[in-house]
Design a protein around this ligand. Structure first.
Ligand code: CS2
Length: 494
């Protein structure tokens, strides 16, 4: 059935006749000014930050419309600009409900519209830069400082007025604001990176210091980089999502977003100047973001990555499928209870047992089709944030590391299999893995040593730890000896 391409006039009509609850923008979109420039307007941003901002403007107004900036990809602009940058968020839980989001007013492509992007970022009406550029987008070196050998950073240092990296755009637009006596903006990282604001601040200051120490001082004094924890499970949009959402809302939406009903955003309190009053729509502002961040990264994201590799090796496709298998559910429950909880200090207001069990219940939401392959991407970055720190903390505290090492061995085997089968690997270190011949060895100790010796994985300390290398070797041996259909029975005994 043909539906009109999504536009505000038609959706206002069709929403009234839809059998589903559909929430519509309630502010005057035309007259609402852009107050936020968001770098990386992908699915997660559109399911999370943009929805909080939409709810804020729906209930309290304000000039917080968003200009989305894709650093390179034209896809978002191509698709959304044809539907007035409107899109649907389908909130999948027991009852499905839909929200039409109008907060994103335009999407620009930085590599093609550089001057316009800098114009938006240096406009006085722009109060805030937010980012979802994934772990690899921060161009950080092993020690968390800016990687000046990163191609994008090398390019931007040499061509500062025509940047390609998020850090380059932030500093160039701050330079323009300083020159034109326009107050600085705040910068809010919304990525799954521990101490995301602190890390971004250091990278921006490192970069600015290389170009102009005076500018570095000005940024240090006038720009806030709050830390934040972001959470809402948002699977990739699939063809069936486009079809089912368009049918439900009676308009053709070529890039709707699907997510679970659960959503959480915790932001630190240190800001400069004006900011959106997101606390009015459920955002938590606190001094202790770190506690929330640790709980989320070490429980939800660590268990996600564990399931992504273990579940894929066992032949499962989605988080729901593998968690519905009692052996795998029991394994992640034990991993959480025995090796993760207790390795860090949760925020006082968080009941960590309940939080952990609720996460596993979220994995069992039948309405969410979350592909393990999606979570398995960028493992070389995610493992360093989600798994290795817990192993180190447990070593220090004399706590068990057995199941954590099994999870790590599952990632090793996932990579080895992909390399052996010459399949595509979505990871910034794919070429390194393909060039590391030790990964193809039949000798388990060689494989483990090869992985832990790769500089960019930053696990040399674990290579030198006999308990860890022995546990990983024992796990990898077990995985390779076990038919994929028997993996459940094996982990049940761990
Ligand atoms: C997932 C996250 O793809 C992944 O790595 O673990 O995107 C996860 O779904 C979100 O962090 C949930 O808030």
């Amino acid at each position: 059935m043909e539906f009109p391409l999504m536009n505000l006039t038609d959706i206002m009509k069709t929403a009234n006749t839809s059998p589903y609850p559909i929430e519509l923008p309630r502010y005057n979109r035309e007259n609402t000014q852009i107050g936020i420039v968001h770098i990386g307007p992908g699915a997660f941003h559109r399911a999370h930050q943009a929805v909080y901002t939409e709810n804020l403007m729906n209930q309290f107004g304000g000039n917080w419309a968003i200009c989305g900036v894709s650093l390179r990809s034209a896809t978002a602009q191509d698709i959304l600009s044809k539907q007035d940058n409107l899109y649907t968020v389908s909130i999948l839980d027991k009852d499905i409900r839909y929200q039409i989001v109008g907060a994103i007013k335009e999407i620009l492509i930085a590599s093609e519209q550089r001057d316009l992007v800098l114009q938006r970022m240096s406009a006085e009406t722009t109060k805030l830069i937010t980012l979802t550029i994934t772990e690899k987008g921060y161009c950080l070196a092993a020690d968390g400082s800016l990687d000046f050998n990163h191609d994008d950073i090398k390019h931007d240092i040499a061509n500062a007025s025509s940047p390609v990296s998020a850090i380059g755009f932030i500093v160039e637009s701050l330079k323009i604001r300083k020159q034109d006596n326009i107050p600085a903006f705040n910068v809010l990282s919304c990525d799954n990176v521990s101490g995301n604001g602190d890390k971004l601040r250091r990278a921006v200051l490192d970069y600015a210091g290389k170009l102009d120490p005076q500018l570095q001082l000005w940024i240090e004094k006038h720009v806030a980089f709050p830390n934040s924890m972001v959470d809402s499970i948002t699977p990739k949009t699939e063809a069936y999502t486009v079809e089912s959402v368009s049918k439900a809302i009676g308009c053709q939406d070529n890039w709707p977003i699907q997510r679970e009903a659960f959503t959480q955003w915790v932001i630190s309190n240190d800001w400069q100047g004006e900011r959106p009053e997101w606390e009015k729509v459920g955002v938590i502002f606190t001094q202790d973001v770190e506690g929330f961040e640790k709980a989320k990264l070490k429980l939800l994201n660590c268990l996600h990555s564990t399931l992504a590799y273990l579940g894929s090796l066992a032949g499962y496709e989605t988080v729901f499928d593998v968690t519905s298998d009692v052996n795998f559910k029991q394994f992640i429950t034990k991993l959480a209870q025995q090796e993760i909880i207790g390795s860090f200090t949760p925020p006082t207001e968080l009941n960590i047992e309940k939080y952990s069990n609720d996460i596993i219940q979220r994995f069992l939401n039948p309405a969410i089709r979350h592909l393990l392959a999606q979570i398995a991407c960028d493992g070389s970055q995610k493992i360093q944030i989600r798994l290795l720190p817990i192993i180190r903390d447990n070593l220090e505290q004399g706590r068990s590391t057995k199941m954590l090492c099994f999870a790590l061995a599952c990632w090793f085997e996932f990579i080895c299999k992909t390399v052996k089968n010459k399949e595509e690997l979505s990871d910034p270190m794919a070429s390194t893995f393909y060039q590391t011949t030790g990964l193809l060895s039949e000798d388990i100790a060689t494989v483990v040593k090869s992985f832990l010796s790769i500089d960019a994985i930053n696990a040399h300390d674990l290579l030198l730890n006999s308990q860890i290398s022995e546990q990983i070797e024992a796990s990898l041996t077990l995985i390779r000896q076990t038919p994929s259909t028997q993996l459940g029975a094996v982990i049940a005994k761990l």
